[in-house]
Design a protein around this ligand. Sequence first.
Ligand SMILES: Nc1nc2c(c(=O)[nH]1)N[C@H]1C(S)=C(S)[C@@H](COP(=O)(O)O)O[C@H]1N2
Ligand SMILES: [Mo]
Length: 390
Amino acid sequence: MWKRLKRLHHLNGYATLFLFISGILLFIPSLRGPLALYRVMLKDAHIWIGFATVAFLLLYFRYFAFHYKVIKKQQGKKRNLAMVIGLIIGWIISGTVLTFQRSLPEEIVQASLIIHDVFTWIGLPVLLFHSVTRASWFRKKSDQLQEKKKNLYAFSRRGFFKYGIVTLLAIILGPSIYKWLKQVTDDGGSTLKSVTLKSTNELSPMPIPATQSTPPIGGGYEGKFRIYTVTETPVFTNENWNFTIDGLVDEPVSLSWEEFVKLKRTVQVSDFHCVTGWSVLHVTYEGILLKDLMKKVKLKENASHLKFYSGDGVYTDSLSLEQAVLDDVMVAVLMDGELIPSDFGGPVRLIVPKMYAYKSVKWLVRIEAIDQVHEGYWQVRGYDTDAWVG
Ligand SMILES: Nc1nc2c(c(=O)[nH]1)N[C@H]1C(S)=C(S)[C@@H](COP(=O)(O)O)O[C@H]1N2
Ligand SMILES: [Mo]
């Protein structure tokens, strides 16, 4: 029985390795573009294998019981076992919540995403340490060390080998992993005032913020934007930026930045939800309501949808006319009273608060009236066409 359980345990180890790798690939923002075609597949595989390991764990539950008997008197090992079980339970519960996030309360989804991420950063070294120190080559080597000197120092020699390797790895890899993690997750802080991210766009004149934006009536956004882009971040100047409304309209419109900043703006406070589970709450946006902007043109009879183009030349999405005239769909220029930083889609981005943020096209430069739905960048790669939050 022991042998069979052991084999199951190894198999589960490989499943866990897959979960780590796929999870980290899904997490890294800079891989969104390169892996876009496989993203939904990878995510589905992550979910299914995740649930499979749960079934698996139940199958060899006895392993834990057996293991527990063996280590009953060793406090340290018992603590380790408790930690591993805690990690597994945390991953299972938070992963389940994230899988069914649409029908669950936002706070629970938020908490689950944090748990899922944090547990991964704790669990990764713990389980790596476990698999390395249990690997047969490692045990052979450390047993040899043990045998060489059967005296008082034997344990410390062996321990030295074990912890020495780990410490060495931590010293070599630690700082670069930390730096990389910071880079990957940083949005420069949660208030724009302290943001290191500035707009790299060079556009003038500066739009003058409305009084409701300074200070922002929402009180400053709460949460953390993850910077998502499937392309390089485009940079704009007065020369290469202009805003076009065309397609099924009587007369296309093209606005320079000087003309664009003169358009009447309104201020609204809205939440921002990404389909991967993170949200940013009560952001104060100032911009032109889409329904107001569309008054600049007269739509032809057969126009039924609006297609949005990003200045990155790649990203697009669309809304039906009914969705486009919703009260909070905005072509935003300022966020919490400041120009939207380039990384967050400035100078001008679309905001569709009632839908997942993949509808909120960054670096918006063109709106085309069309006569059928256009499946956007993520929809053609497997995302739901129905993007309503909840
Ligand atoms: N042009 C462009 N717009 C985009 C995206 C993108 O990759 N390119 N990503 C979308 C997704 S999935 C999200 S969650 C938000 C992220 O906005 P942020 O980078 O400002 O946090 O932008 C949306 N708009
Ligand atoms: Mo997203």
